[in-house]
Ligand binder design. Structure first.
Ligand code: CP
Ligand code: NVA
Length: 303
């Protein structure tokens, strides 16, 4: 499958879901489905090398990118925080200009979203956001694929509740809901709500847990994201009521449970829910691979 819509992503950075239009998002998901079904195989990364620049720990993102790059014919060079010292040992822009001379693309997991913007601004090769404090768009590509698979649809009748911290994952989900048109409510304690600017009526923020009533998906994430560890104790107290447990899931009897992982059983979710029959968390994890391969094929010219 080749389309003009996806060709507009050729050579582009992928920093946020909001940069995509509905047809690009649709085609990335379709291609991811084809890849997953074994109906598409291309080698758009043949002879290409990508740097995986990670300031924070990672299991899924790092491994799925590395495996996906290899399956697409390319090679990956993993660079940890200790080696590079981004912004400490060397200015972010200089790291970008140097990597640019060696590699064909950069997949970056950084603490500060503004550093990602600086990196992308200084590098001429494509830069892909592998999570910042602001957003996690690659996660949400996989989540959308998962929702479509398990619900059989993802449209204006679909209702998703994200319960917990108004964090990077919640922000990317919001951007996706705004583009695709599914209904999203982000349910957080008042002091941890996402600031909503210019969101359509079907994207809402509330502190009221009753908003999960009758939804199709209940999604949660850790209460303390990477980089916020000093706040962990205070956060545990503030989020206690927002735990996804059997009682909360009972308000949405038809809902599946989603979590980007890693999870903390007994904090944001009980073991009963995450290990129960309604949990699709490992499908989400698998779909990171397929969704990111589709993204890479779009950026590096396989479609
Ligand atoms: N969900 C996710 O991004 O996992 P990692 O932090 O392990 O990459
Ligand atoms: N919100 C979490 C997601 C981890 C994949 C974090 O930023 O740590």
């Amino acid at each position: 499958m080749a389309t003009r819509t996806l060709q507009r992503l050729r050579g582009a950075d992928f920093l946020d879901i909001a940069q995509l239009d509905a047809s690009q998002l649709r085609e990335i998901l379709d291609l991811a489905g084809e890849i997953k079904a074994g109906r598409w195989s291309g080698l758009p990364l043949r002879g290409r090398r990508l740097a995986l620049l990670f300031q924070k720990p990672s299991l899924r993102t790092r491994v799925s990118f590395q495996v996906g790059i290899e399956r697409l014919g390319g090679s990956a060079l993993v660079l940890g925080e200790q080696e590079v010292g981004l912004g400490q040992r060397e200015a972010v822009e200089d790291v970008a200009r140097v990597l640019d001379r060696y590699v064909d693309g950069i997949v970056a997991r950084l603490f500060a979203h503004r550093d990602l913007l600086a990196l992308a601004g200084a590098a001429s090769c494509p830069v892909i956001n592998a999570l910042t404090d602001g957003s996690h768009p690659c996660q949400v590509l996989a989540d959308l694929l998962t929702m479509e698979e398990v619900l059989g649809r993802l449209d204006s009748a679909t209702r998703v509740a994200f319960v917990g911290d108004g964090n990077n994952v919640a922000r990317s989900l919001m951007e996706a809901a705004a583009i695709i048109g599914f209904q999203l409510v982000v349910v957080s304690p008042p002091e941890h709500q996402l600031a909503v600017t210019a969101m359509p009526a079907w994207v809402q923020v509330t502190a009221d847990l009753d908003a999960v009533r009758g939804v199709d998906v209940v999604y949660t994430d850790v209460w303390t994201s990477m980089g916020q560890e000093t706040e962990a104790r205070a956060r545990r107290a503030r989020f206690r009521e927002y735990q996804v447990n059997a009682e909360l899931m009972a308000r949405a009897p038809g809902a599946v449970f989603m979590h980007c992982l890693p999870a903390h059983r007994g904090e944001e979710v009980t073991a009963e829910v995450i290990d129960g029959p309604r949990s699709v968390v490992f499908d989400q994890a698998e779909n990171r691979l397929h969704a990111q391969m589709a993204l890479l094929a779009a950026i590096f010219g396989g479609v």
